[in-house]
Write a new protein. Structure first.
Length: 236
């Protein structure tokens, strides 16, 4: 299981699920936080990894957004690990219904996929409805809870997307950037590409050097800087 440790406070970030969609576990001396849950077929490997780490209780389950491949196990984890579920307020009602919304495609192929799947998605990917404990309006700092963790609103892929800044060093980015393609961080689906670029700039305003996407592999700060610069050149 891949692990990163922050230099500042020694927080540990584990890639607790490396599947169709990644999930990350943050452990600090004070609390345990899980970010995302994967889709339903990721439940067993996720729980096996949590058991390997000796995790029987999760303080917070933070959902980067309410697409099914990130939230399908939210209710199960809420009940099994007594986790408080936090989600952006714009996604709270969707989570309560166990629904998923397909964003627009950003490429010719993904636009066709979005058009087709969008008509049928809730027939195939309906998940157990989950009542969130907190509907967030970021930014939100966990300073009062004794943790150097900041939740940042990063819309673009979806309106309810948030990213998690851990100890000023690591960003867990959800689908705000994509780690699958070697030469592009742009997600194949996004509701608003202009807001997505604004969110990238917002992430670059942080001192973070490492970015952990929900799909694919970690990216360094220079990769995000290059992606932003490339976009600026393309619109000149």
């Amino acid at each position: 299981m891949k692990k990163w440790v922050t230099k500042k406070s020694g927080y540990k970030v584990y890639r607790a699920l490396f599947h169709m969609s990644n999930a990350f576990l943050i452990t600090t001396p004070e609390q345990t936080i899980l970010v995302d849950t994967g889709w339903r077929y990721g439940r067993n490997p996720l729980c096996r990894n949590l058991k390997r780490l000796g995790i029987s209780h999760i303080d917070y389950l933070i959902l980067t957004h309410t697409h099914h491949d990130h939230v399908s196990n939210a209710r199960y984890l809420q009940e099994t690990y007594d986790a408080k579920v936090w989600v952006h307020h714009e996604g709270a009602e969707i989570l309560k219904k166990g629904e998923s919304v397909v964003p627009q495609g950003t490429t010719r192929i993904s636009r066709l996929i979005a058009r087709f799947i969008g008509r049928h998605i809730n027939r195939f990917v309906h998940y157990d409805a989950c009542l969130p404990d907190t509907a967030l309006l970021p930014p939100y700092s966990f300073q009062a809870e004794g943790m150097n963790i900041l939740l940042i609103h990063t819309p673009g892929h979806s309106d309810d997307s948030i990213s998690i800044l851990v100890d000023d060093e690591i960003v867990i980015a959800g689908d705000s950037l994509f780690g699958v393609f070697p030469h592009s961080l742009f997600p194949p689906f996004a509701n608003d590409t202009s807001r997505l670029i604004e969110s990238w700039n917002r992430l670059l305003e942080t001192p973070a050097q490492l970015f952990l996407p929900a799909h694919g592999f970690p990216k360094k700060r220079r990769h995000l800087e290059k992606a932003v610069a490339s976009h600026k050149r393309s619109i000149k």
